[in-house]
Write a protein that binds this ligand. Structure first.
Ligand SMILES: Nc1ncnc2c1ncn2[C@@H]1O[C@H](COP(=O)(O)OP(=O)(O)O)[C@@H](O)[C@H]1O
Ligand SMILES: [Mg+2]
Length: 245
């Protein structure tokens, strides 16, 4: 399997992780050590099928952390998107229709290119500055969607994403675990989205893809499957428990 270097974290609480990542290290030539600075922030991603509550819970978590850590900037982004260029690529990838079907490889590159723009221009600098980044989706979605449901396989998706993702691997992956029937019964995003008209079988495949992704070595100690049925408040509490908050 293609390797995207995985940085290892002890599954510590946000409080202790944030507290321990406050220093700046200097190189021998007197410049800020970017590699060290990068790890001062915290990158938390939400994953799951359409309607599983990612947008609702990622915003709630951002509000909670802003209130709890007023000295830390909390940045909330979504994928695909999060920058003007990446938002335009989002439209191409999932909100436009043509007379020809989009090939899964083309699809995978579009997501990877939106991701490259977001990660390189927003997420990585934010992490380097010690900010907490909360993301609604990440390259893990591409593993489930293009890798499993669209049949490309994880190796191809990881290869396509290697340069886009580079060393920006999530510190925590919050997987919103919910039966497909329940999530599909919930209201979808108001904006038209090609995935949302896909049938139950497609989303069952995505759930299988997420199950496989959860067992990847690179996510060891980072993956939290959250029971996504219940009131938004009850689910938020489960997420905070997973994060040690
Ligand atoms: N815990 C919940 N119980 C019932 N409905 C919910 C819950 N959380 C969110 N919703 C609703 O379900 C829909 C999908 O939620 P959303 O957060 O947009 O999911 P996603 O971003 O994963 O597609 C929205 O209409 C939202 O208001
Ligand atoms: Mg959403």
């Amino acid at each position: 399997m293609t390797e995207i270097p995985a940085k290892r974290w002890n599954p510590k609480s946000i409080s202790s992780t944030v507290a321990s990542r406050t220093g700046v290290r200097w190189t021998r030539s007197g410049e800020m050590d970017e590699e060290f600075a990068f790890f001062r922030g915290l990158y938390i991603v939400f994953e799951g099928i359409v309607g599983s509550g990612k947008s609702t819970q990622s915003k709630k978590l951002a509000e909670y952390l802003r209130a709890k850590y007023p000295d830390r900037e909390v940045v909330h982004v979504r994928e695909p998107g999060g920058t003007p260029i990446a938002e335009d690529i989002r439209t191409l990838a999932q909100a436009r229709e043509w007379d020809e079907p989009m090939h899964p490889v083309c699809n995978a590159y579009l997501y990877a290119s939106a991701r490259a723009q977001l990660l390189h221009s927003v997420v990585k600098p934010a992490l380097a500055a010690g900010k907490i980044v909360i993301a609604d989706r990440s390259f893990v979605s591409s593993l489930a969607y293009q890798g499993e449901a669209q049949g490309l396989g994880f190796d191809k998706v990881l290869a396509i994403n290697a340069e886009a993702v580079k060393d920006v691997i999530p510190d925590r992956i919050i997987y919103m675990d919910i039966p497909v029937e329940i999530s599909l019964a919930r209201t979808f995003d108001a904006a038209w989205d090609k995935w949302e008209k896909m049938g139950k079988e497609f989303f069952e495949k995505i759930a299988i893809g997420y199950g496989k992704a959860s067992r990847l070595e690179m996510f060891a100690g980072k993956w939290g499957s959250i029971d996504a049925i219940g009131t938004p408040e009850a689910i938020a509490r489960r997420i905070l428990d997973f994060l040690g908050e």
